[in-house]
Structure formats: C-alpha cells, structure tokens
Design a protein around this ligand. Structure first.
Ligand code: ADP
Ligand code: MG
Length: 704
C-alpha cells in the first residue's frame, strides 16, 4: 500500500476537529491507512461507502431569516466584521459576520492559530450550523464553514455525510470517494433483463444518486432507505451474500466425509430400549439426520427444537449410527453441569447396550484426563461427552465420524471448527448442531444459508403448559409462601437470582444472601445453592440432591440456564426478571414444565419498569412458543444483537435490514439459485463479476 506523506495533516482542514491531531504521533498516519481502517482498500470499496445522511448546502438564507428560524440548522453567508480571541471564561475564538440584513457570531471553543488568520476581517464565509439566541445575541457554535469568493456557486446536490473514522474528515472522504468514482468500471453486474424483471435501478445512476442526491430528491425515501437507489444496493449486497454462501455449500459438498451407512444393530436396539416412544417430530428429524449421515460429504445440520422438545435423544441416536458404522462420535456442551447431565443420561441409555462412553471436562484430575485421552486416541471410547475440554490440542480421536454441539449458539465459530477439524486427514466429520434458540427465517437464510435445518415442532406428550405471572418484587413474601405451599405438595422449585452483569462478585453475594434468606424463611425445607464459582464436584452433588428430590428448593444463578433437566421441578421464580434478555428468560423458564405437573413461572420485577423490559415481560406472559419469542426478540433488539457478536462476526449486512427487507432476501436467494444452477457462461460471468464487486475476493460471509 502506498504510504503518502501528507504535508498538511488531514485534520487541518477547517471543518475537522483539532483534537484529532492533539497527539503528535498520529500526524504521521496517512489518509490511506485511515481509510483502510474503515475497510476501504479499493476504489470499489470507496464507491460503495455510502452516506449515512446528507446536509443541504444548496441554499443560503439571509442572517435575518436565519434568526427567525432559531434552533434550526441553516446556512448563511457574510463578511467577517470582527475577529477576536476572548476568555469567557475559556479561551475561544469569536468571529462576527454580517450581511445586508443583520449580523451573527460564530463561536469556536477549539481552534487553530491558522483559523484565526483564515477568518480575518473582510473575509467572506459561508457558515452552516444551528442558530441559537445566546447571551451575546444570535450565534452558531462550531459551525461548518467555508471561505469563499463573492458569487461562488452553491452546490446543486445535497452534501453527503459519510461514516468516518478517527482522523478522517468529511472533505477527505468526499475527495477520496469522488476520485474513486472517476476510476472504477461502472459496468452493471446484473444483466439488463434481470434488472428489468426485478424492476431494479441501474447500478451507476443508483450509486451516483446516493452520493450526490439532486436537490429535488425524495429526502424521506433517502433517509429511510426505501428509495429505489437504496433498494438496488440492498439487493446487490444480499445477492452477493447468497451467492457466496451457496458457493460455500458447494465447496463443503466437494469435501469428503465418511459415509455412515449403518452396519450394526445398535441404533435399532437403542430405540427399542428407550422408556418412551419418539414423537412424530423426533422421528422426522431423525430421518433427515440419518439420511445426511449416509452421504460421503459432511453433514452440516442445525437441529432446532424448543426447550424440552427432546433433542438429546435424537442426537444420541445419531451418535449410535456413527458407532454402528465403526466411527466415534463426540458431544460437546457449553457448561459442565449440562455435559455431566448428558453424560449420565446417555451413558445410562447406551452402556447397557455395550457402548463405551468417555467423559472429558477441564476439571478432571490429571490422571483421569490422561486416561480419557488414551481411550479417545485408541478408539476404545466410542462416544465422548464433554465441555470445551474436547477441543484441546491433546485430544486426538482415532476415527471421529460425527460431531455434536449442544446449545451451539454458546460456542464461537472457531470452537466449532476446531472440534470439526479433529477428524482424520482428508475426511471431515459430520456435524450436528443443536439449539433451542430459534433463528428467525430471514436470519437463517442470510447467515446460515449453508446449513440444513431440522425442526422439532412438537413437545413429548403429557407436558402441561407453563403459566407465567409477572409480579412486583415487593410481594416477595407472598411468593415465598407460595414456594412453601408448592414444596409441601411434593413439587420442587428453582429460585433464580438476579443477573448482575457488572460484577460477578456481587452476583455471587446476592445468590448467597438469597440462599440464607430462603433457608431461614423455610426452615422445614431443604434449600440448596448452586452457582458458577463452585467446584464441579460440589455443583454435581447439589444437582444430584436436587434431581433425587432430597432438596426441595434450589437457589441458582444462571448456571442452570441451559439444558438442566429435572422433571419434578414445576415452579420457577426469577428475581429481577427485568434484567434478563428474552431468550435467557425463555431458556430459564424451560427448566420447568418438563413433567406432567402443571408448572408455574413467577417473574419478579423491580418497579418502575422501563419500556423494553415491560415489553419483554409481557411477551413472556403471553407466550411459551420459542419461535414467537425469538421473533419478538429480533423485533426488540435487531439482528446484530440478536445473533451476538460471536455469531455474526463480520458478516453483518451493511445496507439491507432484515426486518424491513425480508422480501428482498427471498428475491436474492431465488436469483442466486438461478444464476448458480443455470449452467451458461453468461450466468457464470455474472456471478464472478458480482462477487468480485461486492466481496472483492473476500468471501467473508463464510460460516462453518
Ligand atoms: P431439549 O430439547 O431441551 O434438549 P431434552 O432432550 O433434555 O430436551 O428432553 C427433555 C426431556 O424429555 C428429557 O427428560 C427427555 O428424556 C424427555 N423426552 C425426550 N423425548 C421424549 C419423548 N418422545 N417422550 C417422552 N419424553 C421424552
Ligand atoms: Mg438440551
């Protein structure tokens, strides 16, 4: 990259903030380097760096008129009549300008010496800013301004304001983008016929309009991005994403995997030995998975099912197919409690059938760890269950055929990839991911297009619905009474302590305090406590006691959020429910309603409730349907937060908004399908050109 040495620092231009150059060292950073920091490397990157808003500098009004519109942004023109540095009380530059109708003060708190000279008396300036009537009369504080000659023409288009980074002024960005626009090849990547059919604007005029909107443009449509020029950008972006995802899918299919064509009879014996019959939905998704596993290319499937829908048994049956075919399977869970629970449940199902199940977590003693490694490496362990410990370097599988990741949204992309890479040279294990957090359709299509999705849309029979109540925290005593009454009826209760994000120590304290308080209030009950800082063995003992119903009340932090399965627990109290996110509340609530007893979830809140918190709690009260909850969550939070930084990575769309542009996602997907499947040279060329323009060779949307 050329490192241009700039004589004048970029920030020396009049409208830039002088503070940006306050630290001398930064002066040596070239504009190119600063542009690169914004991801702007090529001319096309610059051209596709679109304005976030516009300023209207196409008109100048008289100072008198501007004064009438106090409080609004306007542009005036005048001659400097006075220029002084005052101390009121801070050092500041005061510049008085006048036209035929009146005068006005421009006030600068931060300024350069050069500006004092630049705005000498007699200079003509155009200033744009918010006009205020202050103590010293009409003034603009830190206006944008330009020194001009009399009669200088006004711009005829709106002035773009670009997303900028540190030390990058608007004038520099504008110039860089304007220059790039002169150099790029404007050829439309989409064939005319397609543009016509989809009623899409042409590329060049759309881009030019967005950078330099004419005065008479529909500013509203520009602002809310519904203008046809924006639609074209969004469509192009979504199309590039779909094309790249579909190509990733092809690439995956081109890779080899062991075809897990069952040869033993373990699967059949396993299914026959289960104490329950699979639901229709479980049978259906199992069929989909079994079918994938028989292919000689790696499965990449997400198994979605609401909390309690019975995903674990389906994954265990998938593991049985791998084992039956002579391969190992690995199941990774995000917490030790959950991994432990999986291990016990699955070992209880499979060991009687002669399957060797190994257990591996970080907290194992060195000796046990080494023993587990040996079992895994020799292939003696047919199924390995554990936490992140599974992805350590020291873990080598003999012949890993299937990788199962529970609560996949809890893992980063890199972690899932590491586990998948533990297969043998040249063959990638099949991958089954599980999640109770449903991904709304548009998100699934845009971020997980290279993922087959199976959905368990039915709960096992005999579950009764959970009733949810929202209760003011100051009625805690009544709630404690209710807990007591429930316990006397033989029910078990979870009491979830408030989330304190800022301080783990405080959260721990709260949990301990709550435990003490409840133990005192309920002397005839056995009240337990589980939290993240306990040793794994301690945690396990508490969970065991609760599972065995030796403990009626379990006070817990969010460590019980995922996966924990104690069917006899049928009352859940969540304190300070307003601090939790929707999906977290849904997951927590999913710990009850697992048996046949009618379950209740009490959401205690601290008033006054904010708007968003109220919306969340109302949603929880109104529905137990995970998909509906996810849909509303997306509505409340938007996709970026919904996916979480780990999931979304850099793949966030810049222009398209999944909530309002869902229809465009459908269209982009159809067009991508058509372009990739019709085997004509023209279409192949379109694909190449479009991807080159939008991704510039960086296929950053790839997901594993
Ligand atoms: P999740 O989908 O939330 O992971 P689990 O796999 O933990 O749910 O299943 C919840 C409970 O339902 C477990 O106790 C499990 O053994 C039980 N279960 C699973 N499938 C069935 C079924 N078809 N009939 C009855 N109980 C089932
Ligand atoms: Mg589960």
């Amino acid at each position: 990259m050329p490192v241009a040495s700039t004589k004048s620092s970029p920030s020396a231009s009049p409208s830039a903030s002088p503070s940006a150059t306050a630290k001398g060292a930064r002066k040596t950073v070239s504009p190119q380097a600063r542009l690169a920091k914004l991801g702007l490397h090529t001319d096309m990157d610059l051209v596709l760096h679109l304005p976030m808003r516009y300023e209207d500098e196409t008109q100048v009004i008289s100072i008198e008129e501007a004064c009438l519109h106090g409080g609004q942004t306007s542009q005036v023109e005048g001659v400097v009549v006075k220029n002084e540095i005052a101390f009121k009380p801070r050092r500041q530059l005061l510049v008085h300008i006048a036209d035929e109708t009146g005068d006005l003060q421009l006030r600068f708190m931060n300024f350069y010496g050069s500006q004092v000279k630049q705005l000498a008396e007699g200079t003509r300036v155009r200033a744009r800013g918010e006009l205020k009537h202050g103590f010293f009369g009409a003034e603009m504080v830190h206006p944008a301004y330009k020194v001009i000659n009399e009669g200088a023409p006004l711009p005829t288009s709106l002035t773009p304001v670009y997303p900028a980074g540190e030390g990058l002024s608007q004038p520099i960005l504008r110039r860089a983008i304007g220059d790039a626009m002169k150099r790029i090849d404007w050829t439309d990547t989409l064939p005319a016929q397609l543009r016509q059919r989809m009623q899409l604007s042409d590329f060049e005029p759309a881009v030019k309009l967005l950078h330099y909107p004419p005065q008479q443009v529909d500013e509203h449509a520009l602002a809310d991005r519904s203008h046809p020029a924006w639609t074209r950008m969004k469509f192009d972006e979504l199309l590039a994403q779909q094309l790249s995802l579909k190509r990733a899918q092809r690439a995956r299919r081109a890779k080899g995997a062991a075809a897990l064509t069952v040869t033993g009879d373990l699967s059949a014996r396993f299914e026959a030995s289960l104490p329950f019959k699979l639901t229709r939905a479980q049978q259906r998704v199992l069929g989909e998975i079994r079918n994938d596993l028989r292919h000689p290319y790696p499965m990449q499937r997400l198994l979605q099912g609401d909390v309690g829908s019975g995903k674990t048994v389906v994954s265990a049956l998938a593991a049985a197919q791998a084992i039956d075919s002579g391969f190992q399977a690995a199941l990774m869970a995000p917490t030790e409690i959950l991994a432990d629970q999986h291990f016990r449940k699955i070992a209880a199902w499979m060991e009687p059938l002669g399957v060797k199940v190994a257990w591996l977590t970080g907290s194992l003693k060195k000796k046990d760890k080494l023993a587990a490694y040996a079992l895994i490496e020799s292939g003696e362990a047919q199924l390995v269950i554990g936490t992140h410990a599974l992805i350590q370097d020291a873990v080598n599988f003999a012949n890993l055929g299937l990788v199962i990741v529970d609560e996949q949204h809890r893992f980063g992309v890199g972690q899932r990839l590491t586990l998948r890479n533990k297969g043998q040279e040249g063959a990638i294990p099949h991958q089954l991911m599980m999640s109770a957090t449903p991904i709304p359709r548009t998100l699934a299509m845009t971020y997980y297009a290279d993922l087959e999705v199976s959905v368990i849309d039915e709960l096992p029979p005999g579950r009764s619905p959970i009733v949810t109540r929202v209760i003011d925290q100051n009625r805690r005593d009544e709630v404690i009474e209710r807990v007591h009454a429930a316990a006397l009826e033989g029910r078990q209760i979870y009491w979830v302590c408030p989330l304190i994000e800022e301080s783990e120590a405080l959260q721990l304290q709260t949990a301990t305090d709550t435990h003490a308080l409840l133990a005192e209030a309920l002397p005839d009950l056995n009240v337990g406590l589980v939290h993240g800082r306990m040793k794994p063995l301690e945690k396990q003992q508490v969970m065991d006691a609760f599972s065995a119903n030796q403990m009626q009340v379990l006070v817990a932090t969010t460590v019980i959020e995922v996966g924990v399965d104690v069917p006899n627990a049928s009352l859940m109290v969540i304190e300070h429910a307003e601090r939790f996110g929707l999906s977290q509340l849904h997951q927590l609530r999913g710990r009850v309603g697992r048996g046949s007893a009618a379950s209740v979830c009490l959401l205690l809140y601290q008033s006054p409730l904010g708007g968003v918190a109220r919306q969340r709690l109302m949603t929880m009260r109104e529905t137990t349907d995970g998909f509906e909850i996810a849909r509303r969550d997306l509505e409340i939070r938007g996709p970026g937060e919904f996916l979480g930084a780990r999931q979304s990575g850099q793949a966030m769309l810049r222009f398209a908004d999944l909530e309002t542009d869902g229809w465009l996602v459908d269209q982009a997907r159809d067009v991508a399908h058509d372009l990739l499947h019709a085997n004509t040279p023209e279409k192949a060329a379109t694909v190449e050109a479009h991807l080159a323009r939008w991704l510039g060779g960086r296929e950053e949307f790839l997901k594993v």
